[in-house]
Write a protein that binds this ligand. Structure first.
Ligand code: ZN
Length: 394
């Protein structure tokens, strides 16, 4: 790095977001917007005649960045630095001031300091935005597109559905959704939100649990599991709109949504009450809403709440927070709620320090006399679950 070089310091979220635009996942947006374009999007909610909920900007915060932006002019090359590494550059076209408070409000629907996402984004934002052609090292999205292309080619898929999951945890209702989606489409793309903050249930485990289900229990040649870089642009009120845009750009013809999706409410726009589904359909992607599913003790199976005649007092809900609370306590959830292999993977990951104790118990409660390869915590939980299902005949 020469001393005359100019640098912009950006974080991983910004890198992934820039790559998403460059690689066509945010079409109609494929580049950073200039001042005139941003103002138009602010007023119309559209870009190049298509829906896009807020200006696509790069306005990195920090004194160093601010100084560089203030002293750069059209045609200058600014190098991008992320985690102390040079990962690309931008050729300055325009540098212009932005209204920070307004920007945060556009993304989150609020600029309250109490809102964690709004607060985070507010502190990541500087006062100046930059636009211009850029290069960035981030190849994941191109690879995902190739994977989809290959699968479309192999399956000759015409109807492609997508579903966006957090997988925290992946439970029986999710399994049901995936199975019924597969009956109606040629190819299903599952986009798994990849967070930019550490979480008690790591992204890797979530990915592993869903991939396990795909590999062992459904037609795996028609399902593709991909990470969705869940950067700040997905964090707020526009999440659903962006999910629809990304799904469409990945080639999906239909987006599947749970009916109790938090973002699905109606909202007021220009004094008119509009449902989010109306907006999503303007993006030219079909929307399908799934009913709420519960376990009914009378039907003794998973049922849709509007199809089962028994009252709610016979229903067991699939509440993700309750399931996560069981895992936090180290308790394996009943297998009507979560497949035991998946529970085993999650518990093994959450409690690695238990391994020795579990191995000793496992040796005493299992009948397998054969040579055990290498003990894994999963073996214990699976084995215990099998024993719970074993009944005595006398
Ligand atoms: Zn019932």
């Amino acid at each position: 790095m020469k001393t005359t070089d100019k640098f912009l310091y950006i974080d991983k979220e910004a890198v992934a977001t820039l790559a998403m635009a460059r690689d066509g996942l945010l079409k109609p947006v494929t580049n950073l917007m200039n001042q005139k374009e941003s103002e138009e999007v602010n007023i119309t909610g559209k870009y190049k005649g298509e829906i896009f909920p807020f200006p696509f900007l790069l306005a990195p915060s920090g004194k160093r960045n601010n100084h560089v932006l203030q002293t750069s002019k059209k045609g200058d090359i600014l190098k991008f630095i992320c985690d102390n590494k040079e990962i690309g550059h931008i050729i300055v076209d325009e540098i212009f001031p932005i209204d920070k408070e307004n920007r945060v409000k556009q993304i989150y629907g609020t600029n309250s300091k109490e809102h964690p996402g709004a607060h985070d984004t507010s502190s990541r934002l500087g006062d100046l935005a930059i636009c211009g052609d850029y290069k960035i090292q981030f190849d994941d999205i191109k690879e995902h597109k190739q994977q989809i292309d290959e699968m479309v080619k192999n399956t000759e898929a015409k109807n492609i559905s997508s579903i966006i999951l957090t997988g925290k945890p992946f439970h029986r209702v999710h399994e049901r959704l995936v199975r019924s989606a597969l009956q109606k489409c040629d190819l299903l793309i599952i986009l798994l939100r990849k967070p930019y903050k550490d979480d008690e249930l790591s992204f890797d485990v979530r990915f592993k649990t869903i991939q396990h289900f795909i590999d062992h229990f459904i037609a795996k040649d028609r399902v593709l599991l991909l990470p969705l870089e869940n950067t700040y642009i997905f964090g707020g009120v526009n999440e659903l709109t962006l999910n629809a845009i990304v799904s469409k750009n990945y080639g999906a013809t239909k987006l599947l949504l749970g009916q109790n999706h938090t973002g699905l409410g109606a909202y007021w726009d220009h004094k008119k009450l509009i449902s989010r589904v109306d907006t999503l359909e303007k993006i030219n992607i079909g929307i399908e809403l799934f009913n709420e599913f519960v376990y009914c003790e009378k039907c003794t199976t998973l049922v849709s709440t509007n199809a089962c005649p028994h009252g709610t007092h016979h229903h067991v809900k699939y509440d993700k927070d309750t399931l996560m609370e069981l895992f936090r306590l180290g308790i394996i959830p009943p297998s009507i709620l979560i497949r035991k292999e998946i529970s085993s993977m999650i518990l093994s990951d959450l409690f690695p320090e238990r391994k020795e104790r579990l191995e000793r118990i496992y040796q005493n409660i299992t009948t397998s006399s054969g040579v055990i390869d290498v003990f894994k915590c999963e073996d214990f939980y699976d084995g215990l679950m099998d024993l719970y299902h074993t009944t005595s005949l006398t």
